[in-house]
Design a protein around this ligand. Structure first.
Ligand code: AMP
Length: 180
């Protein structure tokens, strides 16, 4: 079920633009104002719950850190497990890692080796607040495959469409709000 224009507006208007954060030229999309707005958060989460209830998911995997918030709420609503995809060095058990390129240098994401259970082929939805260049989410999707699970779709609250992050993604990409 798609969102009405009114519902999209409720979500969009709850997100705050912070110019020049964390550095000059970046417009940071601040979702703290979405989280503190119960009507906007419920509109978003009910939409995602309806979209994914028939996907036969086993897990929602959320990307560090804002993907943890939306991913956990969605996993709870769907009655499936939640798995954190973390920045390097945060997870305590044996991990599998994936490097990805930043504008300057590299970063790395990790999951626990047994995060998606013993059996291969668990059906996983990947979740984050925003896709920009797509580097972080592509690395996370690749990690899901490395530990033997299947990334069914990658879902974002926002997509900075002009950065074309969805191009070359190994899974279908769904974004609630496209931002030009
Ligand atoms: P990327 O790997 O370039 O797709 O960047 C995506 C990650 O960086 C996500 O975890 C986002 O939360 C964060 N991010 C990138 N650009 C922005 C932005 N303009 N506002 C808020 N978060 C951003």
């Amino acid at each position: 079920m798609s969102l009405t224009l009114g519902e999209k507006e409720i979500i969009l208007s709850s997100i705050r633009d912070i110019p020049d954060f964390p550095k000059a030229g970046i417009i940071f999309k601040d979702i703290s104002t979405l989280l503190s707005n119960p009507q906007a958060l419920d509109t978003l989460m009910t939409h995602l719950e309806n979209r994914y209830q028939n996907y036969d998911l086993d897990y929602v995997a959320g990307i560090d850190a804002r993907g943890f918030i939306f991913g956990s709420i969605l996993a709870d609503r769907l009655g499936v497990g939640f798995v954190p995809v973390r920045k390097k060095g945060k997870l305590p058990y044996t991990t599998v890692a994936e490097k990805y390129a930043l504008e300057y240098g590299f970063d790395e994401v990790e999951v626990h080796i047994d995060a998606f259970g013993e059996q291969k082929g668990a059906r996983v939805l990947l979740m984050d607040d925003l896709i920009a260049t797509g580097g972080t989410a592509k690395a996370a999707a690749s990690l899901i495959g490395k530990v033997g699970a299947h990334c069914v779709e990658a879902c974002f609250v926002m997509e900075l469409a002009f950065l074309k992050g969805r191009e070359g993604f190994s899974a279908p990409v769904y974004s609630v709000l496209e931002i030009d």
